[in-house]
Unconditional design. Structure first.
Length: 123
């Protein structure tokens, strides 16, 4: 199976799981943040397949942190985007320090799964 296809499918499945996690009662809200980080990781792996470990972890983490930090902004354009359904899913709603921890955990988990499971399947 082609590696890009695998990462693309994993990103799509993670999106479905992430949206579902917000709809199912009993699943903690932080799971959505961890799944968001997994989706970002798989998306970056899809785009930058041959990247080194620093970029595999660093770029997705930087992206997630930037999304969280932009939530501190009250710029009218950003607020308007966040009020849409898609904007809310992509940009979030309000800054939380705990989200940064969830993103770190999610990307760490994605890297471990990638390194010890996915890479062995696709190579």
């Amino acid at each position: 199976m082609k590696p890009r296809f695998v990462y693309f499918i994993l990103a799509l499945l993670t999106i479905v799981l992430g949206i579902s996690s917000r709809k199912i009662v009993g699943i903690p809200l932080f799971m959505g943040d961890i799944l968001y980080a997994l989706m970002v990781y798989f998306g970056f792996r899809w785009m930058f397949l041959k990247s080194k470990i620093l970029w595999q972890i660093g770029l997705p983490l930087l992206f997630c942190f930037a999304v969280e930090i932009q939530q501190l902004s009250t710029a009218a354009a950003l607020v308007a985007i966040r009020e849409t359904t898609l904007g809310h899913y992509v940009l979030g709603q309000g800054f939380l320090w705990s989200d940064l921890l969830c993103y770190t955990m999610g990307i760490g988990l994605a890297y471990v799964v990638d390194r010890f499971y996915i890479e062995r399947i696709v190579t």
